[in-house]
Design a protein around this ligand. Structure first.
Ligand SMILES: O=P([O-])([O-])O[C@@H]1[C@H](O)[C@H](O)[C@@H](O)[C@H](O)[C@H]1O
Ligand SMILES: [Mg+2]
Ligand SMILES: [Mg+2]
Length: 280
């Protein structure tokens, strides 16, 4: 089969561009902020509008395909990855950035078939950077090929991570303790763009050597996972084991050795899985 899903990918790129224009436009206006699970888990009408725009357009073009969308799941849809072709959508990755006008905001569209990711599209819409990758065909930013860094020395690396939105003191202690241990290796620095998808694209570009986070969701990382691996990077669990997309943990690195070195410093914990049945 030559390239069965190229049509779907072309459509995803066009949709990400359209959605990005909607988000950029909304950045000019006042943004009404609502809370989801807590006061630091935010959503706006633009997140909801963009997700609906993407889902409706895909339904019209590919009526049998399924969806996992951040705001649909927040509204009660199941978060289940089946063997059916499935679009995994984060309409705005970096909603907190969007709310504050901090200029890293992305539309993230991943696509899986038989539970295998086939392509990923991440559009960092303020920077106008379109990151794309199709399984087996390389990763690109605005059409230019991407390659992870060839850094082998952890002490000469930059690591990206986020503080996350789980803010009970015990969890925050673990998050800070991991960062402290990584800083003390010492690495050159720690960075965070405020969007998981863009952090992972930075691994793909080679400007950071690794990114990890506990608390992300499948829609934050599905698209960018293809981009990282097609740029030559590796994906793993924060313990160094196999990546589980529903586990809410990710470690993306330029090489297995850098990833495993960082995993040794991370205090792992296990948030409620994305595919956990809803509480009764
Ligand atoms: O809510 P959202 O802005 O789509 O996604 C969030 C961003 O990626 C953030 O950088 C990360 O720290 C959170 O874990 C994500 O949930
Ligand atoms: Mg997100
Ligand atoms: Mg989002």
């Amino acid at each position: 089969m030559a390239d069965l899903w190229q049509n779907a990918m072309d459509h995803a790129v066009a949709l990400a561009r359209t959605a990005g224009a909607v988000v950029r436009e909304a950045l000019q206006d006042e943004r009404k902020v609502m809370m989801k699970s807590s006061s630091v888990d935010l959503v706006t009408q633009t997140d909801q509008k963009v997700e609906q725009l993407i889902i409706q357009s895909v339904k019209d073009k590919f009526p049998t395909h399924r969806f996992i969308g951040e705001e649909s799941v927040a509204a009660g849809e199941a978060c289940v990855l089946t063997d059916s072709p499935t679009w995994i959508i984060d309409p705005i990755d970096g909603t907190t950035n969007f709310v504050h006008g901090y200029p890293f905001v992305a539309i993230s569209i991943g696509f899986a078939v038989n539970k295998q990711l086939e392509f990923g599209v991440v559009y960092s819409c303020v920077e106008d950077k379109m990151f794309t990758a199709r399984r087996g065909k390389g990763a690109f930013c605005n059409g230019r090929p991407l390659q992870v860094s060839d850094q082998k020395e952890i002490s000469q690396s930059i690591v990206a991570t986020e503080f996350g939105s789980i803010r009970d003191p015990e969890t925050v202690d673990k998050v800070l303790s991991s960062m402290r241990k990584i800083l003390c290796i010492p690495v050159h620095g720690i960075r965070g763009a405020g969007t998981a998808a863009v952090n992972m694209c930075h691994v793909a570009c080679g400007c950071v050597d690794a990114y990890y986070e506990i608390g992300i969701h499948v829609w934050d990382v599905a698209a960018a996972a293809v981009i990282v691996s097609e740029a030559g990077g590796v994906l793993m669990d924060v313990t160094g084991g196999q990546l589980d997309l529903m586990s809410r943990r990710v470690l993306a690195a330029s090489s297995r050795s850098i990833g495993e070195r960082i995993s040794r410093e991370i205090e792992a914990f296990a948030p409620v899985r994305d595919d956990a049945p809803p509480p009764q």
